[in-house]
Design a protein around this ligand. Structure first.
Ligand code: 5GP
Length: 194
């Protein structure tokens, strides 16, 4: 998505060879116009899939996922990050190792919000090693529901999450795919000509 790539080039800060900071439009301040475009693009890519729910993880997935859910006309559910769970049997839960925080957190979704007949689109802000997406897939599968695909705003294609998820048979649609952050320079995966 060209407008997203432009925004990343203009406002993204390379913190290391592995971490990109985009606090000015996605992870702290949110650009609602760009989020609307992102939601429209996810909806366009997944429009034939009879999606019944969008699922993300708090907090930075919520803005793009809400816009996608609005375009698709379905509810958004966000997994909550918990330190511990009281009444644990009322939640589907999974452990997720955070790439940026270097710690394991519990994610939880209340059982009433995912059902066996749901067709779920998972959305997240970043894809790195795929732990967040795999935790969300786990939660959907515990509910007996179907994962239609995974929509990612920014995939760091030099980390292995995308490859692993695609090899497992999941459809992964990333709106920007970063090939490298080396030496402070952002480069994108070249698009195939069709
Ligand atoms: P994964 O679980 O795929 O390893 O990492 C994805 C999660 O880690 C995302 O939900 C995102 O919050 C965070 N993350 C991973 N890499 C980056 C990054 O380069 N920049 C930012 N801002 N967040 C990241």
């Amino acid at each position: 998505m060209q407008s997203l790539e432009n925004k990343i080039l203009l406002e993204g800060q390379v913190l290391s060879d592995e971490i990109l900071k985009v606090d000015s439009f996605l992870n702290h301040q949110v650009d609602p116009f760009l989020m609307r475009e992102i939601g429209e693009e996810f909806a366009r890519r997944f429009k034939d899939e009879a999606i019944t729910k969008v699922l993300t993880i708090e907090s930075s997935g919520i803005a793009p996922a809400t816009m996608a859910a609005l375009q698709l006309g379905v509810p958004l559910v966000f997994a909550r990050k918990k330190k511990s769970l009281t009444m644990a049997d009322q939640y589907y839960k999974a452990e997720v190792f955070s790439f940026t925080k270097r710690e394991t957190t519990l994610i939880a979704v209340g059982k009433p919000f995912l059902n066996a007949d749901d067709h779920v689109l998972i959305i997240d802000d970043f894809l790195a090693n795929g732990q967040a997406a795999e935790g969300l897939i786990d939660v959907v599968q515990q509910a007996g529901a179907h994962v239609v695909g995974i929509g990612i705003v920014i995939e760091k294609a030099f980390q292995d999450g995308g490859t692993r998820l695609r090899q497992s048979g999941f459809r992964v649609e990333s709106l920007a795919r970063i090939a490298s952050l080396q030496d402070g320079a952002i480069s994108f995966v070249k698009k195939e000509k069709v």
